[in-house]
Design a protein around this ligand. Sequence first.
Ligand code: GLN
Length: 486
Amino acid sequence: MFTLSACELTKKFKNKELSAVEITKRFLERAKGENLGALLSILEKRALNKAKSLDEKLKASEPLGLLAAVPVIVKDNIMIEGEVCTCGSKFLEDYHSSFDASVVKELEKEDAIIIAKANMDEFAMGSSNETSAYKPCDNPWKKGFSPGGSSGGSAASVAARLAPISLGTDTGGSVRQPAAFCGLYGLKPTYGRVSRYGVVAFASSLDQVGPFAHNIDDIALLSSVINRPCNKDSTSIHTPAEKYHEALSDDIKGLRIGIPTHLLEGTDPEILESFDEFIQTLKSCGATTTEICLPNNKYSVPIYYILAPAEASTNLARFDGIRYGKRSAKAKSLSEVYEMSRTDGFGKEVVQRILLGTYVLSAGFQDAYYTKAQKVRRKIFEDYDNAFNDCDIVAFPTTTIPSFKRGSITDPLTMYKQDIYTISANMAGLPALSIPSGFTKEGLPIGIQIQSKQMDDQRLMNVAKAFETKNDSYSKIPAYAEEVEA
Ligand code: GLN
């Protein structure tokens, strides 16, 4: 059952080959036995209630949703009414959400069964899942290795088949990089295509919820469910939702692929080899390639670490021990409540980012840093705009290296460079998809990234479909994750 895709599972349920309760119980059991550190809470009661109601619905021949009886895991910064939402932080250890995020509403409207919440870097700040205040998370492909971050738990749990699909969030690469590290598809949709309502904000102008899956059909199906306009998110795009899964096609004849060769320097040779094979495969499907230049891309990491902390310092002001977050028991005055609660509640990385953000927004420095960074952000957008005159998609690897040993990257700058290939899509609001393209000799997954114009998410899925059709997808469970099996 665990290697079935979401599309297959819901079909088996609708054909009465498997009941929703049966599916849910098996997946819950597997989730409870996981030893990767992928999950922060298991929603047994909620999941079983939903499953029972679905079995009754089917019996009564009532209409069923697109994701009927499909177990889904969501990152722990996405709110589910009545459930704990920690954001990977001790500060929110006891926080129970008072409402459902819009994406959760959409999932449940389509009869998905949310079974668990996934581990993550604290407030989604990190690239390795190591800043989680609760526990580290392993890469199911190799013990002791990072699943990537910040949506490390969402990726690890799908790779380990704790659910066929999951949701993460991507502010600078947090869906695509973990997808690449764990051998999965991971999509960052066009900014505004998926509602952020009920998703705890990190950097609001960059954040976007995105799906993980083992195959592109599941990504398309899940994307069809979550890409609906939302009145509660002021940045939601109000064009009708797309039905990606219905429009999915592997016909990419005439597709023009832009390759920014100048960005590839310093990338792991095995990843480059896989990238070449990826391009050759697409060419054999009728695509052509062209050299493009993204001159300002090299500034994307530096400006990200001005803009994202600036937005984060504002967004995280609400965690003060009064409005949100656990209040320090030692505090005796109002200012001590703020100071001590925030000192106790936030981890080191989060504190660092808040300080950085406050600094770049301070009166004397705002023009020198924040305003300048906004201008560079605009340039990055314009570079893409120019490039898309000559090509339909841009392709380059998702990461410069494959998964690394947990604890092996100790200086923040090296860690920040993890997102060197992913951040620019957030800066420009573009859709970007990481596609699993193979493995290194050591057995670690490799991911290739494709990006396209805003609202061109369907094209990315079609390119992935073409590649997947040619490149037999695997239904293997990583050896280490197999230990999870009871
Ligand atoms: N790794 C980046 C960071 O640490 C991106 C995180 C994200 O996309 N949430 O901020």
